[in-house]
Design a protein around this ligand. Sequence first.
Ligand SMILES: [Zn+2]
Length: 355
Amino acid sequence: MTARAAHPPIHPIIGHERAQQVLMAAVRTQRLAHAYLFTGPDGIGKRLVATRWAMAINCEAPPKTGFGGCGACRACTMALAGNHPDLIVIEPDGLFIKIEQIRAVQAALGLTAWSGSRKIILIDQADRLNQEAANCLLKTLEEPPAASLLILISASPDDLLPTLRSRCHPIRFSPLAPDALTPWLIGEQRWSAEDAALVGAVAGGCIGRALAVDPSTLREERDQIDHWITESCLERTGSDRALSRLTEGAETAALTPEQFERTLRWLLLWLQDAVRLIVSTNQAGALSRFPSAQRAARQLPIAACSDLASQLHWTWRASYRNINRHLLLEQWLIALREAYLGSPHRSRSQEPTAP
Ligand SMILES: [Zn+2]
């Protein structure tokens, strides 16, 4: 059996207020469904919410307000230590969740729960159930044992069997606004404002992603992107060298889908910075994460930024349709270069003030 007890991560839940309310209302009114499906991007806190909710369900002295258990009773103490006998976590064993793991779950569900609590099975990355395992789990969902609760967690719920999905009560998790993450990174993680703003933006509102990032590596990556854009797109002289730098960089960035997506995220941040600087009436006061965006903002027409944003989103979508990533990236950078170099130099006073 590859199941193991849950170890709730130590960081607090940030955001997801609606999900917390719905889940605690179900506990307090004792109207729990037999199965739930938590969906939302990776690293957003689905598993953290699930483990804290499981603690609340089996707590011996549940608090009347707030989210989670009391944190002090025997059940909560065991849950916090990761050894509550009725909280079992299943996750992929290698690439997939296999039928033996689901059979082990079924065997555990057949045993009496400890001290009158509910048997809770948390299946993380449920979209990785292989066909056999999914069919096996379906039987449990069709006839759920009394005092049992299944929580399926997935960032790609469309990859789950529709029959599995339809038997679960859905709880959706959305990314936090980067602004919600930044104060917590500064206050609790003691990060500098610059690091927190950078990581908050790159993590796309996912706390798990933010905590997995090393700010110094991120700064280095940002500096590389900044340097690359300057050399490839903003230099008026030596266009042959600039274009070969542009192609080389695009080739490296497009090597893997992950690297490509990461580069697009950086380019989007860069463009957001440039737009913010262009529309800002206080150039000096507007902070930029990229010196090259500051330079570009002095000359890039706002209408071109809007086209570049559309093209970037199109590039993102097109990459899912097996279109050559390298060429997509090259096209976008050439469009940026042309927009920047082709635009007549204007003074700030002649530029539009808002998009
Ligand atoms: Zn408790």
